[in-house]
Design a binder for this molecule. Structure first.
Ligand code: SER
Length: 609
């Protein structure tokens, strides 16, 4: 069965069972504390936690996901950075019995997997949470042999929460027995089963019974409702249904893998080059999806992840002796494979190709010199009988040659050496302080500016309204990104801005700042907020009740804040750049000077004391 059919069969099956089919949310999650969307349940967290009344009790989706945690595993048969997850949800509606019976029905009746090849795992009980007897009994009643139902602890059979706290619960997984032919190594049949490392079993579906909330203090309390959250990796399911030994041989990946092989100069199928091909295929697929959802290469957070993927792909491409400009044809195949299901890839084709090409040009120049420098560093370290690379020189590889630190760590490992990560961080900090290079934080992975971006945030509201006043009502927000140093605002507009328009927009924003408009907040039902004329960023999913920020008589917008108290605190607004991102979408970059807003938690010392 082709992958498109597998996806459609899944969604049709659950639509028939009364589920609302919800489109995939963006890879950039609505939750500002999360780096990227890593599970299908993420867009439903407010419903699962009971904070927001769900508009439907049953939902199903095919969700774009990205897991940074799996990057080192990529290259084996089944791990990916970007992948698609099929899932069905119950928000306080059905629970274990239906979830288990339907999963089995879909796998056996629709996908035609032989039932005797299916094994399951259940939660054996731990940390005061009892053994999942109900799941065991349901599997038994459904005809799964008791020998094929294995119980495991928290590590394997308890899922979530995504961050430090939130909805979570015991899970039951369905594994497919691909027979002994797929074993990497011999292992005794007795001990062999799901979670065995021999490679015979592959997990195809995880059913989570979310009835707990993990508090930030680490205790588990019952959620108001019993929910179901399931997830099946589409690529893995495709490999199983197409009887392939890895995801890379399925119809989703084969065109991408073949293009890479054609562009490279590998003749024989060496294991090493196979791994490199897979890494390039995985990473470039992820790159296309990230850019399509608005991520842009940079030195921070998501942009850094994107850059790291591209640079890693380029390093592996060198091993395969691929020539220049090889990333573009790979992206073109990715877009081609996915454009039916994800039209945003084609819509953002220009952005993808332009950004990828410019990154490739930038990095290829320094890669060769950087690798030379790295080899010298390895020789020096070994000659001195050391096993850890000098942190200052490691930093130089990052700073001068653009090597992401993870790349250096990985290359060092291949040579049996280590990187002094603490020393690198210190060097990084020292350099940052010296050069005042701005906030470039590599390790947090999460963009949490808190209310340090309140002035920038308020300025985007004024800008949004000013754009509509000067250019017309068609000008609508299409994304924004804020740091305490600058603001970036994407909006829809068909032609370049003239100098006069830019000046008019700037003047209008500054006029509203000078008027010192009061910023007020109120909670409203979403429909009422829109009726009252509030602007909303329609790509987002809004809860029923929303917060509306009003700035005097000038601006009204649905938003979660933070904002200044009155507009004079914003300071002076200046547009520094206007550029066309793709046809119809523009990006304005602007800076503020002289902001008088004092973020909470920052103490102001009186210099006279
Ligand atoms: N949240 C679970 C997972 O990601 C099931 O959807 O595996």
């Amino acid at each position: 069965m082709k992958t498109d059919k597998i996806r459609k069969t899944f969604l049709d099956f659950f639509a028939d069972k009364g589920h609302e089919i919800v489109p995939s949310s963006s890879l950039i999650p609505a939750d500002p504390t999360a780096l990227l969307t890593s599970a299908g349940m993420q867009q439903f967290v407010p419903y699962l936690s009971g904070k927001i009344e769900p508009p439907y009790r049953r939902a199903a989706s095919a969700q774009k996901c990205f897991r940074t945690s799996d990057i080192d595993e990529v290259g084996d048969q089944y791990h990916h950075t970007y992948f698609e997850m099929l899932g069905n949800w119950s928000f306080g509606d059905y629970f274990k019995t239906e979830a288990i019976q339907w999963a089995l029905e879909l796998l056996v009746k629709e996908y035609k997997l032989p039932q005797d090849k299916l094994w399951t795992t259940v939660f054996k009980g731990e940390k005061g949470i009892p053994k999942d007897i109900e799941s065991i009994e349901t599997w038994q009643e459904a005809g799964i042999d008791t020998k094929k139902i294995k119980a495991f602890g928290m590590e394997d059979n308890f899922w979530g929460p995504v961050g430090s706290g939130g909805p979570c619960g015991p899970c039951t997984e369905i594994h497919y027995d691909r027979s002994k032919d797929f074993q990497k190594e011999k292992c005794s049949l007795n001990g062999c089963g799901p979670n065995c490392s021999c490679g015979r079993f592959v997990e195809v579906w995880n059913l989570v019974f979310m009835e707990y909330n993990k508090t930030r203090e680490g205790t588990y309390e019952k959620l108001p409702a019993q929910n179901v959250d399931t997830g099946a990796g589409l690529e893995r399911l495709a490999a199983v249904l197409q009887n392939k030994s890895s995801d890379y041989e399925t119809d989703l990946f084969l065109p991408i893998v073949n293009t890479i092989k054609e562009l490279s100069q590998i003749s024989e199928k060496q294991e090493d080059s196979e791994k490199a091909v897979r890494i390039i295929a995985d990473h470039m697929r992820a790159v296309c999806f990230l850019i399509a959802d608005g991520v842009i290469p940079s030195n921070e957070d998501r942009g850094y992840m994107l850059r790291r993927l591209m640079r890693r792909a380029m390093r592996y491409a060198r091993r395969l002796h691929m020539g220049k400009n090889f990333l573009i044809p790979i992206c073109q195949v990715v877009i081609d494979v996915y454009k039916g299901q994800y039209p945003e890839l084609q819509k953002k084709q220009n952005d993808i190709l332009i950004l990828v090409q410019s990154e490739e040009e930038k990095f290829m120049k320094s890669l060769r010199d950087g690798l030379k420098r790295f080899r010298v560093l390895v020789t020096e370290t070994k000659n001195q009988d050391k096993t850890v690379l000098d942190p200052q020189k490691t930093f130089q590889l990052y700073d001068t040659y653009g090597f992401p630190i993870e790349l250096t760590i990985e290359m060092a490992q291949e040579k049996g050496l280590k990187v002094d990560e603490k020393g690198f961080e210190k060097e990084f900090e020292r350099h940052r302080k010296v050069s005042r290079a701005g906030a470039v934080h590599k390790f947090s992975g999460v963009g949490e500016w808190g209310d340090r971006v309140a002035p920038q945030h308020s300025a985007t509201h004024l800008l949004h309204q000013a754009l509509r006043d000067v250019l017309g009502e068609h000008a609508h927000q299409d994304g924004s990104d804020l740091t305490p140093e600058r603001l970036r605002f994407d909006f829809t507009h068909p032609k370049p801005l003239t100098k006069r328009e830019i000046k008019a927009i700037e003047d209008l924003v500054n006029k509203q700042i000078k008027r010192d408009l009061l910023v007020t907040v109120e909670k409203k039902k979403f429909e009422n907020a829109i009726k009252a004329g509030a602007l909303a960023f329609f790509r987002e999913k809004y809860p029923k009740e929303v917060t509306v920020y009003t700035m005097g008589d000038f601006s009204k917008e649905v938003c979660t804040g933070p904002h200044v108290k009155h507009t004079n605190q914003i300071g002076k607004f200046k547009i520094v750049k206007d550029e066309a991102l793709s046809s119809g979408v523009h990006r304005i970059r602007a800076v503020l000077t002289g902001s008088t807003y004092v973020p909470k938690g920052i103490t102001v010392f009186d210099s006279k004391l």
